[in-house]
Ligand binder design. Structure first.
Ligand SMILES: [Zn+2]
Length: 70
């Protein structure tokens, strides 16, 4: 194994977003931007999984995962 799984959705965290404050997405129904974020806390994890926006608090993209087992 090399790609760590997301602790929230269980899928491989192949893309990790560096979005401490999330992003804004246009919502046609409300005709406004909606804030998409991984957490409502001030203490936001710096990285999130791109598929589920789950926090990756214990994952650090700059670590070497090539030797990680399991
Ligand atoms: Zn996920």
């Amino acid at each position: 194994m090399s790609v760590p799984d997301c602790p929230h959705c269980g899928k491989p965290a192949t893309r990790v977003l560096d979005l401490a404050y999330g992003y804004w997405e246009w919502d046609d129904e409300s005709a406004r931007y909606q804030h998409r974020t991984c957490s409502e806390r001030v203490d936001v994890a710096p990285w999130v999984h791109h598929e589920c926006m789950g926090e990756l608090r214990d994952l650090h993209p700059q670590n070497d995962y090539s030797t990680t087992a399991g």
